[in-house]
Design a protein around this ligand. Structure first.
Ligand code: FAD
Length: 306
């Protein structure tokens, strides 16, 4: 029986592992076989993680986090968790290869998945003009033209933030009915750099090495058009990866796992959560890392009190 098992190999999981390993909990971290390293593996330069004044490549940052976790005794398994039995003092983790592991506590840090448009060019140009995070990447678009896809509050927020850097920001929305709240809409649309394109759907992202334009289609009459831009920010939401704990833990209405106050404690004793799986607001590598530290400290205190 282990003391703790951590599920997820993003900044939340690895930071939890660093803290848990240094507290002599000998953690096992299950990293996934297909998406090990989490969201940061899909990006290029990360310029806002403290301690890297010249920036760091996303995959390199994850490797360093892993090395730091292993240095203190974390065991990392590149497998996928298929099922969790979380009730009672012994938590059972079943992997997709059939193996099972038991532990006294679980730190669940499986992140969240940004919703994609599912159009040609989107995956290929991710990190080369296609982005899901203005806070992360807005700085790279100083003096450029960018598009923001979406009509909710987060699209308005992303557009207003991008207007600090870009010369021109287009908000592209499928209908003429924006979901965003009045105040967010007014704030974005009163900015002279921001222009709203309604009844337009993005059909494809173009560019060889980096984004150069998008193909649009008019959702009323089907007429095509092209919009030249260097960045496309997709702001149509994100889904916490929680299918493994559905029906097992309590949830918030936005799909994140519910926790007790500012702690990482879930509705089940001995089960802690960290990172984007509990955070619909900030979704940053550093906030995920911070909550990984919180989860490990909570797990350590839970184990010490038993
Ligand atoms: P994740 O990093 O998503 O990690 C979750 C982990 O759980 C993954 O390893 C996944 O494989 C694993 N997992 C899921 N299901 C299972 C399972 N069943 N079994 C085993 N493992 C499982 N933030 C910044 O601060 N700066 C940036 O520059 C920046 N750039 C970004 C660029 C892109 C393209 C994206 C998508 C995000 C970016 N972010 C950036 C946001 C940042 O990456 C996330 O906020 C952060 O990675 C969240 O960390 P996490 O540990 O909660 O989840």
């Amino acid at each position: 029986m282990r003391q703790t098992i951590i599920i997820g190999s993003g900044p939340a999981g690895f930071t939890a592992a660093i803290y848990a390993a240094r507290a002599s909990l000998s953690p096992l971290l299950i990293a996934s076989s297909v998406e090990a390293g989490g969201d940061l593996v899909n990006t290029t330069e990360v310029e806002n993680f403290p301690g890297f004044p010249t920036g760091v490549l996303g995959p390199d940052l994850v490797q360093m986090l892993q090395a730091q976790a292993e240095k203190f005794g974390t065991e990392v398994l590149f497998e996928d968790v298929e099922n969790l039995d979380l009730v009672g003092d012994s938590k059972r983790v079943t992997l997709s290869n059939g193996a099972t592991h038991e532990s006294e506590s679980i730190i669940f840090a499986t992140g969240s998945a940004y919703r994609k448009l599912g159009i040609p060019g989107e995956d290929r140009l991710t990190g080369h003009g296609v982005s899901w995070c203005a806070t992360c990447d807005g700085f790279f678009f100083r003096g450029k033209t960018v598009g923001v896809v979406g009509g909710g509050d987060s699209a308005m927020q992303e557009a207003a933030f991008l207007a600090r850097f870009a010369d021109k920001v287009y908000i592209i929305h499928r209908t003429d009915n924006l979901r965003a709240s009045r105040i967010m809409k007014d704030r974005a649309l009163s900015n002279p750099k921001i222009e709203l394109l309604v009844n337009k759907r993005v059909k494809a992202v173009r560019g060889e090495e980096a984004v150069t334009s998008v193909d649009l289609v008019n959702t009323h009459d089907g007429s095509p058009s092209t919009l030249e831009l260097q960045g496309l920010f997709i702001a149509i939401g994100a889904d916490p990866r929680t299918h493994l704990v559905h029906g097992k833990l309590d949830f918030n209405s936005d799909g994140t796992v519910a926790v007790d106050g500012r702690s990482s404690r879930t509705s089940l004793a001995g089960v802690f959560v960290a990172g984007d799986v509990l955070d619909a607001t900030y979704r940053q590598a550093i906030t995920a890392a911070g909550s990984g530290a919180v989860a490990a400290l909570d797990a350590e205190r839970y184990l010490a009190a038993r």
